[in-house]
Design a protein around this ligand. Structure first.
Ligand code: FAD
Length: 449
């Protein structure tokens, strides 16, 4: 049977574009459907604009720190609309680059919503196209908790990139990494930020030391944290949005903006026509095997809509593994072991491998934890009490380093290198035998005894 395409990709985000290009490199005839801007969440409303705003948020403290080094910096002022315009211009530039990449790879773009008619047929606009293989890479969308009265007044993280003015008083709901990052961004830019969480600590699922260190630093920098607050109500009043938080006591906060629904994301399976296929959905996500294959033999799925590890490089790697396997004659699966990640809070964190809690659960007493907390050299002249945390978790029997965690400046950059060591099975003896780079914070990873 002949089809219009060898591969039809639904979703032109991180996973979809990487897969389309890799399959096209192998000579496949490929098309992508994207109903929004090219690049998906990461480029348009995630990693990229967020990280640019993180950079913007660091300047006030850097201006202050520079004084300790002899600089006199005049009264700074911040223009939100200039920043947002610059951020969005960069996003538009990247949209163009993605279009160029598809053109260069001879991947056809349908700038439209796509929906399954059957396992080999997709409806895009008023056209029906057929494909031998179809990849679902439709990503995720923010989740609004339904059990908070007044939640309709809250915004989601997507909205902040289009705010014409800086919200001065902000309440952030939830303690996940996106909520914490936005709390730090807005706090750094001078907004008054209150973060409300149900648990006693932010960043559930990360190493406990890392969570505590970030939480303490965020509070020290001025983020007000209301923890252990299981119930809250949002009301619109003349003064602004009134958030009544109920925990051990009751507290009211007035805000210009509430939300960023930092309360999670769900796979974006709206109007996808999955009912016309045998594709299975489990716990709201597309169910796949280790080759990213769904229950319908010719349909595959990668990225956030499969809810495995929801990160851009993971979506890209899953997609490339699929393309290599199906179109490149190189059968392989994505490895989920030692996937590093970062939290772009202030201070930043980087992490790879097992948390101390996970390591204890898996290996009991057969682990040794090396931990160092210190003030980096940069902050001495700046006169600031900023701390860096570094932590290695070692499996004593094999001497393998099974976890590395860091909170502090450049943690993401540093952990990326450490992740290679973990991925290649490095032992603590290998770390010890590595000569440090002096003076740096990173050298602590090879000098901890
Ligand atoms: P997406 O990139 O979301 O792409 C899916 C695309 O499919 C979208 O463009 C959508 O419009 C399109 N689509 C959906 N349905 C259809 C349809 N039926 N027809 C046509 N098109 C359709 N990850 C990191 O690694 N590092 C970070 O620092 C980071 N920060 C983040 C910050 C925020 C605020 C958010 C929200 C996410 C962040 N992420 C980060 C996560 C990262 O953005 C996602 O993991 C990644 O984008 C997933 O890629 P994907 O291809 O699965 O989906």
């Amino acid at each position: 049977m002949s089809y219009d395409y060898d591969l039809f990709v639904i979703g032109g985000g991180s996973g979809g574009i990487a897969t389309a290009r890799r399959a096209a490199q192998y000579g496949a005839k490929v098309a992508v459907a994207e109903n929004d801007r090219l690049g998906g969440t990461c480029v348009n409303r995630g990693c990229v604009p967020k990280k640019l705003m993180v950079y913007a948020s660091h300047f006030p403290s850097q201006f202050a720190e520079s004084r300790g080094y002899g600089w006199t910096v005049g009264d700074g002022s911040f223009d939100w609309s200039k920043m947002i315009t610059a951020v969005n211009n960069e996003v538009t530039r990247l949209n163009g680059i993605y279009q160029g990449m598809l053109d260069n790879s001879q991947v056809e773009l349908f700038p439209l919503h796509a929906k399954f008619i059957d396992a080999h047929t997709v409806e895009v606009g008023d056209k029906k196209v057929t494909a031998d293989k179809i990849l679902i890479a439709v990503g995720g969308k923010p989740h609004r908790p339904s059990n908070i009265p007044g939640i309709e007044h809250a915004i989601v993280s997507d909205d902040i990139f289009h705010f014409p003015e800086q919200p001065k008083r902000v309440v952030i709901l939830g303690g996940g990494y996106i909520g914490c990052e936005f709390a730090c961004i807005l706090n750094g830019l001078g907004s008054e930020v209150t973060q409300v969480i149900r648990a006693d600590k932010i960043l559930r699922g990360f190493d406990d030391d890392l969570c505590t260190t970030i939480q303490e630093a965020m509070q020290q920098h001025g983020v007000r944290l209301l923890n252990n607050c299981p119930d809250m109500v949002i009301e619109k009043t003349e003064e602004g949005l009134k958030v009544t938080v109920k925990g051990e006591g009751e507290e009211t906060v007035i805000a210009d903006v509430v939300g960023f629904a930092a309360t999670g994301r769900n796979p974006n399976l709206d109007n996808l026509g999955l009912e016309n296929t045998k594709v299975e959905v489990k716990k709201g996500a597309i169910a796949v095997n280790e080759y990213s294959q769904t229950a319908e033999e010719n349909i595959y799925s990668v990225g956030d809509c499969t809810d495995r590890i929801n990160l851009t490089p993971v979506a890209i790697n899953e997609g490339r593994a699929f393309a290599d396997t199906v179109f490149g004659g190189n059968s392989r699966t994505m490895s989920y072991e030692n996937v590093p990640s970062a939290i772009f809070t202030t201070p930043e964190a980087g992490t790879v491998g097992l948390t101390e809690g996970e390591a204890r659960e898996k290996y009991g007493d057969e682990i040794k934890v090396y931990r160092s907390k210190f003030r980096p050299m940069y902050y001495t002249l700046a006169g600031k009490d900023e701390k860096t945390l570094m932590k290695l978790i070692v499996h004593t029997e094999s001497d393998r380093v099974i976890g590395a965690h860091m909170v502090g400046d450049h943690a993401a950059e540093i952990i990326q290198g450490v992740a290679i060591a973990l991925k290649t099975g490095a032992t603590k003896a290998n770390f010890d035998a590595t000569v440090g780079i002096h003076p740096s914070s990173a050298e602590e990873f090879v000098t901890m005894r």
